[in-house]
Design a protein around this ligand. Sequence first.
Ligand code: ATP
Ligand code: MG
Length: 185
Amino acid sequence: MESIIKQSKYLSKTIDDFRNFIKNTNNKEKVSVLSILDKTLSIVNSSIVNNNITIVTCFEDDGIIDGYENQLIQAIINIINNAKDALNENTKDKYIFMETKKDKDTLSLSIRDNAGGIPDGIIEKIFEPYFTTKHQSIGTGIGLSITHQIITKHHDAVVSVHNETYKYNNEEFTGANFEIIFRTI
Ligand SMILES: Nc1ncnc2c1ncn2[C@@H]1O[C@H](COP(=O)(O)OP(=O)(O)OP(=O)(O)O)[C@@H](O)[C@H]1O
Ligand SMILES: [Mg+2]
């Protein structure tokens, strides 16, 4: 019973999150990056948990930006979903690390996984529309092109990617690191 109640409450919250997500799609407003991250994580949470992925967050800094909240949530979900796909290929302990850092008039968000990274030779193509390495039943290759469009065309921001090798809990990991740099107001 306890578990059923807990799960129903969770489902009900997920429905609320989605309802808010669909609402007011096209108003640029002053939004906090942390509140966007909060909403994003509540939307992806169940799929992250189901896939045995641990998300480690370090959100020390927040910043207010002028943006379309729902678009930004979508842009970040696309990056997280790719990390999930990559981690599900053959990573044992699956992690996604998310971090914010403030500078004078920017706030950067990094989303890093430990799935091994993106092969040289394709890394410069991943933001192109319809570029995919996945089977057509899984991917169409539009996720990152939408992210790129949202970040660079609809917001005064940039998105880039590089592979990184880093340490976490004394273990060495390699993975893709997507970085978004927002202009704060
Ligand atoms: N975190 C990652 N690790 C390894 N490869 C990645 C990662 N993120 C993206 N890629 C590569 O970039 C490609 C393009 O990603 P994109 O999100 O645009 O399309 P997709 O995931 O293949 O399909 P869709 O998002 O439309 O379902 C992926 O097919 C994958 O090869
Ligand atoms: Mg994708």
